[in-house]
Design a protein around this ligand. Structure first.
Ligand code: GLC
Length: 472
């Protein structure tokens, strides 16, 4: 049974450390009042991929503080009725994880912790380049769907499953409320075959298999934790796959593809299509009716939404909270209307490994430096990973007409109004220019919503009598 929960995502290094985050909780609670705060990975990591390369799952990375700081954060969050969600990076570890060292050395217990082959296959990794790399120590090749420093774990190995049962228990005992589970649906490599489906990474050979779902069910279904899946697959992630994940293992799930459909191909970020509002809004309208779908417009993996969709942040907020939205997720700073960062620095100084790899790929494909940088700056994940501006937060808190207070008002409505919460969606019109008219209907009550992403007309929410409730 779907609930109605608001998630607030924090990219910890953009906040400082755990103490800083703890200090900000009262402010976040006052305006947003999230049910959960999802922290991107805070585990020990060499930080090649922003913490998604974990070298110890039961240690806090020193850059964020200590386990004591974490316990304090949990306690303070609890006072504000907020549960903490950790980001469980389950598909791969860092190549600096002890398991990988032992696996490279072919130690009996660890030799099958990762996916090893004698001859590399012609698969591509998500970040570009081959998905298999050579280990001289072991004289074999290992699979990495992401960076070469992120070897894929072998979930066909019961030891690996047991490790994660232990890790989940460890954090549960620390009092967390749940997990966001990273790259959740590509765990079991059952089909290590040659042959690339043109343009697609090799994971399509074992995309959300029954085996993977069974493992996820085993890990999470009985855990009594709140869990959100991040499935890979972009536009290929279907509703059937969503149902499978959320019926069996998770409370809710994202689908990055609902954003990608607007302007890029398949999360690759190296090809930009002209922004297509119609395609995008149709997709959002359809997916928003799935009770376990988590509607997010931004994350640490995307550029800022107002820049990306060339739209007023308030209209985007209306889109996220006035469509059916049981599990909306706000990315830190989104509630201030934050735009893309100024990424005019040298490409080698970009913090994100993905940005640098995309640049290299585009250059290899014959693009000039200028052309390549244009793509990278528009699509880079580094756009949204900048320090949050707290003086701006304070200013907006005090200003009744700020974007922040607009969010606060919408969220109150989202929480308290039964039509916004449970009403059926009726799409009236979706235009190429970005006009989206729809109704929310419950019994005899009805709201009419007019959104205009182009900004040519005012966006409005009107009640039964035609009175404006909210406008932007
Ligand atoms: C997910 C994360 C992304 C990370 C990748 C590899 O897609 O959201 O930031 O790079 O997994 O762990």
């Amino acid at each position: 049974m779907a609930q109605h929960r608001l998630i607030y995502q924090i990219y910890p290094s953009a906040m400082g450390d755990l103490r800083e985050i703890t200090k900000r909780i009262p402010q976040i609670a006052e305006k947003i009042q999230p049910d959960y705060i999802w922290l991107n990975p805070i585990f020990k990591s060499p930080w090649r991929d922003g913490g998604y390369d974990v070298s110890d799952y039961c240690k806090i990375d020193p850059r964020f503080g200590t386990i004591k700081d974490f316990r304090h954060l949990i306690a303070v969050a609890k006072k504000y009725n907020i549960g903490i969600l950790l980001d469980l990076v389950i598909n791969h570890t860092s190549s600096q994880h002890d398991w990988f060292h032992r696996s490279e050395l072919h130690e009996e217990r660890y030799k099958d912790y990762y996916v090893w082959v004698n001859r590399p296959l012609n698969w591509k990794s998500f970040f570009g380049g081959p998905a298999f790399d050579y280990s001289a120590l072991r004289d074999e090749y290992y699979l990495h769907l992401y960076d070469h420093s992120q070897p894929d774990l072998n979930f066909n190995n019961p030891y690996v499953i047991r490790e994660f049962i232990r890790i989940i228990d460890f954090w549960k005992n620390e009092g967390i409320a749940g997990f966001r589970v990273d790259s959740a649906n590509v765990l079991t490599e059952t089909n290590l075959k040659k042959g690339l489906i043109p343009g697609l990474p090799g994971f399509f050979r074992y995309y959300q298999t029954k085996g993977t779902v069974r493992i996820l069910e085993r890990l999470f279904a009985s855990s009594k934790l709140f869990t959100v899946a991040e499935p890979v697959g972009g536009e290929f992630f279907s509703k059937r796959k969503l149902h499978e994940l959320t019926n069996k293992a998770f409370n809710a799930s994202f689908n990055i593809g609902t954003l990608d459909v607007a302007d890029t191909y398949f999360s690759i970020k190296s090809k930009i299509r002209p922004l297509n509002y119609r395609r995008w809004l149709r997709k959002l309208a359809s997916w928003s009716q799935e009770p376990t779908f988590s509607l997010a417009l931004e994350s640490h993996d995307t550029p800022r939404a107002p820049s990306r969709f060339n739209a007023n942040p308030r209209v985007l907020a209306m889109l996220q909270f006035l469509l059916p939205s049981n599990y909306p997720c706000i990315y830190q700073g989104q509630e201030l209307g934050t735009l893309n960062a100024d990424l005019s620095m040298n490409i080698n100084d970009y913090p994100g490994v993905q940005s640098r790899q995309i640049y290299r790929r585009l250059r290899r494909e014959g693009k000039t430096h200028r052309q390549a940088m244009l793509v990278v700056r528009r699509t880079s994940r580094d756009n949204a990973r900048q320090p949050l501006d707290w003086s701006e937060y304070r200013l907006q808190s005090q200003h009744p007409d700020s974007v922040l207070n607009f969010y606060a008002k919408l969220i109150r409505l989202w929480r308290e109004d039964v039509v916004i919460r449970d009403g059926k969606l009726k799409v009236i019109k979706i235009s190429k220019a970005g006009v989206f008219d729809f109704c929310r209907i419950l019994g005899k009550k009805r709201y009419a919503v007019h959104l205009d992403l182009s900004g040519k007309t005012k966006s409005t929410l009107r009640d039964d009598r035609g009175e404006i409730v909210i406008t932007a």
